[in-house]
Design a protein around this ligand. Sequence first.
Ligand code: UGA
Ligand code: MN
Length: 238
Amino acid sequence: PVIYVITPTHTRPTQKADLTQLGNTLRQVPNLHWIVVEDADFKSPLVAKFLLNLRISYTHLNVPKPDYCKSGCVARGSEQRNLGLDWLRRNRGPLDSGVVYFGDDDNTYDLEVFEEMRYTKHVSVWPVGLIGSRRYERPLVRDGRVVSWYTRYPGRRFCTDMAGFAVNLNLILANPEARFNLKGAKAGMQESDFLSKITKLEYLEPRANNCTKVLVWHTRTEKASLHEHVTENVDIEV
Ligand code: UGA
Ligand code: MN
């Protein structure tokens, strides 16, 4: 099966550094197609050039966040994830075998997490490190089934971050209404709301040794603080 990684990305000083780290990871994963969706009115030359040079299979898309999100939104990246899902629904069919993963551009991914997700029959889940004010958040497994969650923020049906699950491509295609809600979305509920539309707790497939191994971390890149009142008058690629 092909792993489809959907990555929303937006312009900021650390973007190319983050994309470089993620690209260096993904280029080592066999049979992977990277769907990169820019939060922008136009595709940027920076991302276009970056993807071309990476030499892996990819699709470059763009869609700006809706106007009501311009001053900040509780669902960063979700308009972009929805476009990635639309692309899959238009360009892939029931005969394609694959798995869909939402990989944000600033997380840290062990190569093993991709092999853990590759044979997802329905929806697979695993722990995510450095999230929700804890060292990790994870599904709790009993007799091979997910029964609850270790989390600081319960009160969600699925207490997982975007980086903690993958979905079989056919389940995505069979549920065309499954999208991320931006309007009226409550902070921290995107993942749970999305998963509620396509699955139930008892169907989840625990991975990473019954969810006892952290293979992905919700790292966040420090915002670059730039002091450039005077800029160099030369053409330089940053
Ligand atoms: C957390 C979750 O891990 C995200 O999956 C979730 O989308 C986000 O919160 C949220 O609910 O808003 P966090 O590290 O706080 O992630 O968010 P970012 O990494 O800043 O953004 C998530 C993704 O969206 C990134 O790939 C980022 O490049 C992209 N993004 C961010 C945009 O496309 N546009 C923006 O304006 C901001
Ligand atoms: Mn992030």
